[in-house]
Design a protein around this ligand. Structure first.
Ligand code: IFM
Length: 443
């Protein structure tokens, strides 16, 4: 076990040009729900049995009220950048016009970040779709992609030059698959016939938003954030290898190949017709709009075996596991980055999320999360290995700045490098936060 984080002095990651940041998302930290329109996660939380502890995002970390002290906290960690997301239902009225009060809230945060020389990485969609749009079909309705473009257009105009980097979407896989196919995330729709349709409209929304970002914000870096769970076969058998390749196309390549190759993976032809997205002429050109960066989120890998009925079957992950049950396997991080770099003509990459849920305990005012420090060390090493193998990685964001609402897990799982006492809203920097701060300041 190590209580410090370090990287070789000659590593790109030891240079002050390499961006270190922390990341959050609006619904997970803000609260302040009464001053915005409802979103699909409000509805999902209100549906019994959907969120493990029956909690919701009404208050969360009360960042809506405590944002000034939180920006001070971010600054105290010495980070170069802060990745936040904008709550669409806070800044856009049902009419499609800006809600100035909501916009002002973010303008104040962005101005404070600028004053402190902290780069703002803004994500436009981190899963909090306005409920009135879901009532109209949500991401199954092509129209939602154009609503998103309108939102991106208006908000990027309002933000002017305050933003260093825009990500259109965070993890469209989660929105599409978990939300519209597995039904374990909002809006909780279940059925194989829905996932790829939702995915297509999300990717279309991304491309349409890129058009307006390029026009309104030509000086920011504009791109997308994708999550990857690299797929490994359980054995060397041809059947397991083929099943794993199918799973990889279905869960991972599905979201990146259209962006860089303007087409879906070939397995599309093997999917039943009723599961196909409706692709209109010109869609793939819109989706494959050139980007300034690719955001990569990595947490774990998945292992598959062949299955007669479902093509692939994911086996239980072997130890070591984090508190959310995800295998700790940093080698997959290096292999992922190297393989993406080989497959696609990538722009510079930011690691926009990486981190671990651990069973933290606040004892005498201290959270000694050495297990998380170890996770960060091995994963920073993994990124460094990928850089040494030729991948251009320009930055790394820890997920998350602080403990927060972990979606279907509610507040039971803690991903922060800062501990949040949800009764008092007191924040305490964990050992991992102190180690991250020291890594950054010792560059
Ligand atoms: O908390 C989430 C985040 O919102 C998106 N990426 C994965 C994190 C951990 O599950």
């Amino acid at each position: 076990m190590t209580d410090k984080l370090s990287l070789p002095a000659n590593s790109v990651m030891s240079s002050t040009d390499f961006i270190y940041g922390v990341a959050t998302a609006s619904f997970q930290i803000e609260g302040g729900a009464s001053s915005r329109l409802p979103c699909i996660w409000d509805t999902f939380c209100n549906t019994p049995g959907k969120v493990a502890d029956g909690s919701n995002g009404q208050v969360a970390c009360d960042h809506f009220n405590l944002w000034q002290q939180d920006v001070e906290l971010i600054d105290s960690l010495g980070v170069d950048a802060y990745r936040l997301s904008i709550s669409w239902p806070r800044v856009i009225k049902q009419s499609g016009e800006l809600n100035q009060e909501g916009v002002d809230y973010y303008l104040a945060i962005l101005d404070e970040l600028k004053a402190r020389n902290i780069k703002a990485f803004v994500t436009l969609y981190h899963w909090d779709l306005p409920q009135y749009l879901e009532d109209n079909g949500g991401w199954l309705n092509r129209e939602t992609a154009y609503k998103f473009q309108n939102y991106a257009d208006k908000i990027s105009t309002a933000f002017g030059d305050r933003v260093y980097a825009y990500a259109t979407l965070n993890e469209p896989f989660c929105s599409a698959f978990l939300g519209y196919e597995a039904g374990i995330h909002a809006p909780g729709i279940k059925g194989k016939e829905f996932g790829k349709k939702a995915a297509h409209h999300l990717l279309l929304a991304h491309g349409l938003a890129m058009q307006v970002l390029e026009k309104n914000s030509p000086n920011s870096k504009n791109g997308i954030v994708l999550n990857f769970t690299p797929c490994y076969p359980e054995s060397d058998s041809a059947a397991d290898i083929a099943a794993t390749a199918f799973a990889d196309d279905y869960f991972n390549q599905w979201y990146i190949k259209p962006l860089f190759d303007a087409q879906y993976p070939e397995i599309l032809a093997q999917l039943p017709k009723e599961n196909h997205p409706e692709i209109q002429d010109g869609d793939m050109e819109i989706i494959s709009h050139a980007m300034d960066f690719l955001g990569v989120n990595f947490y774990t890998r998945a292992i598959y075996r062949a299955d007669d009925k479902e093509v692939f079957f994911q086996i239980d992950p072997p130890a070591p596991l984090t508190d959310i049950g995800w295998e700790i396997y940093p080698k997959a991080f290096t292999e992922l980055l190297v393989s993406l770099n080989e497959k696609y003509s990538l722009p510079p990459v930011y690691i926009t999320e990486n981190g671990a849920a651990m069973a933290d305990k606040l004892i005498d005012g201290v959270v000694n999360d050495q297990d998380r420090v170890e996770y960060y060390q091995t994963h920073l090493n993994a990124v460094n290995d990928a850089i040494e193998q030729g991948v251009k990685v320009d930055g790394y964001f820890a997920w998350s700045l602080m403990d927060n609402f972990e979606w279907a897990e509610g507040y039971l799982k803690r991903f922060g490098i800062v501990y949040v006492d949800y009764d008092t809203q007191v924040r305490t920097i964990k050992a991992s936060g102190l180690a991250y701060k020291a890594l950054i300041s010792n560059r």
